[in-house]
Unconditional design. Structure first.
Ligand SMILES: Cc1cc2nc3c(=O)[nH]c(=O)nc-3n(C[C@H](O)[C@H](O)[C@H](O)COP(=O)(O)O)c2cc1C
Length: 325
């Protein structure tokens, strides 16, 4: 009998698959379909800082009786603020049988703890925070950016009792060092990685346009590398996000040290049935290899279990390059 159960941030999951933060987690109906397809936990679509700013601006515009500001916000579709989000948490908590992780996405510091508390009050089991700061200054140092992230994590973790996961991008000088600081700041899990908005140019209209929003199956290698390097060196649980389209990839990420694996683009491409298909693949692989549970597998091929941890990754790199003439 295959046991797919796993623990993530202290939550009991019936399997390690999590619906990643995206529009598929923006309505109760979709969340229920994900649960029906077998997902182990769900992350709601993020509540964006811009929506919260709109809420705050909406209130002050009412106070100032400023119809222009009101109209502007309505034009952006942001005037709904955050109330819908707390309603979604409350109804999903009542109707879903899988753990519910809310998500906050922003760039600056002040409002995070406040909204983290509101999310906890609405009933979420955990919170994922996505600090989507894209550095654009010629003066701001890496240290000051990382300090900003760590300060935000500290502020959120000390504001709430529910566990907090931190979702980061991969463009840092030293991910293990940053991970260590995020763990010390109180986070219970690290999600590797966020997928930043990609930009493109439309040559017909000579204007900017959005790049592809969905990932492709090549993308999982980035999470695989960093999860395998971090496993066993942090108390945080590690969640993989990016490029998971089948059960074999999910298994690889668990062998690298992931506790959970998030799915997004594959569900957009294949519908909610993609969740069932990834689960079936995993079960099939485990049955064929007589692996009964994840404790036999998790981190099996991570740096921690390598004979030469100091050379982990480097040796494979050299081997790969030497093989190509
Ligand atoms: C359409 C779309 C919407 C997304 N919305 C969010 C979001 O609201 N918050 C967030 O943290 N990540 C968001 N993401 C990123 C995903 O959660 C995920 O980290 C990323 O897509 C990589 O996983 P994948 O390869 O399975 O798609 C979104 C991704 C897509 C494709």
């Amino acid at each position: 009998m295959i046991d797919l159960t796993t623990k993530y941030m202290g939550l009991e999951l019936k399997n390690p698959l999590i619906l990643a933060a995206c529009g598929l987690g923006a309505s109760l109906e979709r969340l229920q379909r994900a649960a029906g397809a077998g997902i182990g936990a769900v992350v709601l679509k993020s509540l964006f800082e811009e929506q919260l700013r709109a809420e705050i601006a909406g209130i002050s515009s009412e106070l100032d009786n400023n119809p222009e500001a009101e109209a502007f916000l309505q034009g952006l579709g942001l005037s709904d603020g955050a109330a819908w989000y707390f309603d979604l948490i409350a109804s999903a908590k009542e109707k879903l049988e899988v753990p519910l992780i809310a998500s906050l996405n922003g760039t600056s510091g002040a409002w995070w703890p406040d909204y983290a508390k509101k999310i906890e009050l609405a009933g979420a089991d955990a919170l994922e925070i996505n600090i989507g700061h894209i550095p654009n200054s010629m003066e701001e140092s890496s240290e000051s950016i990382e300090k900003g992230i760590v300060d935000t994590v500290k502020a959120v973790c000390s504001a709430v009792k529910i566990p907090v996961a931190v979702k980061i991008g991969q463009n840092f000088s030293n991910i293990p060092a940053l991970a260590g600081r995020i763990g010390k700041a109180g986070a219970s899990a690290l999600v590797l990685f966020n997928r930043y908005y990609r930009m493109d140019i439309d040559l017909d209209t000579m204007s900017l346009k959005p790049g592809p929003s969905r990932s492709n199956p090549e993308n999982y290698h980035d999470s695989l590398r960093w999860i395998s390097l971090l496993d066993g060196r942090t108390d945080m649980d590690l969640a993989a996000s990016g490029g998971v389209y089948d059960g074999q990839t999910a298994i690889k990420l668990i062998a690298a040290g992931a506790s959970t694996v998030q799915l997004c683009s594959t569900v957009y491409s294949g519908g909610f049935a993609a969740i069932t298909s990834v689960l079936d693949d995993m079960e099939h692989w485990m049955t064929s290899r007589k692996v009964e549970n994840f404790s036999q597998l998790r981190g099996h091929l991570s740096r921690r279990n390598s004979e030469h941890p100091e050379l982990y990754g480097r040796l494979h790199y050299i081997k790969a390059l030497v093989g190509i003439e």
